[in-house]
Design a protein around this ligand. Structure first.
Ligand SMILES: *[C@@H]1O[C@H](CO)[C@@H](O)[C@H](O)[C@H]1NC(C)=O
Ligand SMILES: [Zn+2]
Length: 468
């Protein structure tokens, strides 16, 4: 008995020696980090749209929270669509809190197009981890928790409460996820002052950061007229009227592209985009279309994205009066028409100047953590950030992933283990800064004063309350 036990302990010691050292596994120290192992575990959970099973991922997240020592709860706004809310209660829970949001779902991945199966989280010899969700955005969700784990290990105690939210269904519009959550009394109870959510990977050394996103207006134009023989040369035909709409849209589109080409704007985020996404006309036959009839109906669909500070009224005039005037038998039908204003009637833009202490903190700590931050950008696609910005809450889209091609929704999406570990360090700094006190100009009180010996909790100074 005694011998077996001794041998067991010896074997265990041997095994752990090899796995730490890496010689037995062939992995570099970075690749062998427990944080990397946990990320790969998360990436292997298949929360794939359109039919994600959120149960395993919920279990995983709650278990992570438990091992770190954080509270967690499940909120459900639609059946089987859990929001996992992990909370690190601050020393002054009365203060406004900070939130780090991520979505747990991913878009589909066709294994036949991938070099490694998209849910194997295969890591190559360079430390590149291939998985759907490695950029968008399970990696970021795990950075939050790993940063919290490291800070707890170091004895850090936040002053404000810090919430890590894990929401479903971002990839299908967020209606049953972030939108329901953010509009719920549960969210209001959290008294959230600022939210950090997903950004995008950067192909160069500069991290990307987003303080606004384009507003979606999708619509179709319907043209109605009389049918006519294919031989007639009339100028009031439905297809002809619709073609003129397409011409006017094309001219506008060209003007926006030219703004980018001539350097008048920084990029696609600062102009309106409009793309024709479908065309419908003609009289079908079993083998094709009737060729000698000009049809009485024609329709074209458009995806239009406008910068958040665009003049919505002027744009609507442009669409309904100039592009598709009723006098040409044209009607405009909006499918999606997102509001350009938030609930307080302000633009849905998070300020990135000294008026916003959160921005000052964000900018300063990222550089303190050795990160190189690019100019704030407009996100051209939608993210869950829009739901909080709509409530007037500042939100930053920030995925600390540099030197990585943007493969969100693409094949062979990957993230390097080193880049991931660097991201954790960056989030440690952000959490420290955001959860601490600061004056109106965003100047940090000494971060060091927030490292508290667990045994000396009583001796926390009382004079550091700063309300937002
Ligand atoms: C609008 O439709 C009516 C009825 O079909 C037609 O008489 C008229 O010419 C059309 N106008 C234009 C500008 O196409
Ligand atoms: Zn995403």
């Amino acid at each position: 008995m005694a011998c077996t036990e001794a041998l067991g302990i010896f074997l265990l010691a041997l095994l752990s020696f090899f796995s730490r050292d890496g010689t037995a596994t062939g992995l570099s120290p970075d690749q062998d980090e427990p944080a990397v192992t946990r990320l790969r575990e998360y990436l292997r959970i298949e929360t794939v749209q359109p039919f994600p099973d959120y149960l395993p991922v919920t279990r995983f997240l709650i278990q992570q929270a438990q091992t770190i020592g954080l509270d967690s709860k499940i909120l459900e706004f639609a059946p089987s669509k859990p929001v996992v809310l992990i909370t690190w209660t601050g020393r002054d829970p009365e203060l406004a809190s900070v939130m780090f949001n991520s979505h747990t779902d991913v878009v589909a991945a066709d294994p036949s197009e991938w070099t490694h199966p998209p849910f194997s989280a295969h890591m190559d010899s360079e430390g590149n981890i291939y998985a759907r969700g490695s950029q968008d955005m399970k990696s970021v969700g795990m950075m939050y928790l790993e940063a919290a784990r490291n800070l707890i290990d170091a004895g850090f105690l936040p002053l404000r409460s810090v919430h890590f939210s894990y929401v479903p269904d971002e990839e299908v519009g967020g209606v049953d996820g972030a939108e329901s959550f953010v509009n719920s009394p549960d969210f209001d109870d959290l008294n959230v002052a600022v939210v950090v959510d997903e950004g995008m990977p950067s192909p160069n050394a500069k991290y990307r950061i987003f303080n606004r996103e384009k507003i979606l207006w999708s619509f179709f134009v319907r043209a109605v007229g009389s049918p006519a023989h294919g031989s007639r040369l009339l100028d009031s035909m439905a297809v002809e009227n619709l073609r003129q709409v397409l011409n006017r849209v094309a001219a506008f589109r060209e003007s926006q592209i030219n703004l980018i080409k001539t350097g008048m704007v920084a990029g696609e985020g600062d102009v309106a985009s409009v793309n024709n996404v479908y065309l419908k006309a003609g009289t079908p036959t079993p083998t094709g279309f009737v060729m000698n009839v000009q049809p009485s109906h024609a329709e074209a669909g458009f995806d239009m994205r406008i910068p958040p500070e665009a003049d919505a009224e002027a744009l609507e005039e442009l669409i309904t009066k100039e592009w598709a005037p009723a006098s040409h038998n044209l009607t405009v039908h909006f499918v999606t028409k997102q509001n350009t204003c938030d609930e307080n009637g302000r633009y849905m833009v998070t300020p990135v100047d000294d008026s916003n202490p959160w921005w000052v903190l964000m900018r300063d700590v990222i550089s303190q953590a050795g990160g190189n931050l690019g100019q704030p950008e407009t996100r051209i696609g939608a993210s869950d950030s829009r739901f909080v910005r709509r409530k007037g809450i500042p939100a930053f889209g920030f995925s600390p992933i540099a030197n990585t091609p943007n493969l969100m929704h693409a094949r062979n999406e990957f993230l390097n283990a080193k880049e991931y570990l660097k991201g954790i360090k960056v989030y440690e700094e952000i959490i420290k800064a955001f959860s601490g006190p600061h004056d109106a100009k965003g100047k940090l009180d000494t971060v060091e004063s927030f490292y508290v010996n667990h045994d000396k909790l009583e001796s926390i100074p009382e004079n550091i309350h700063i309300e937002l």
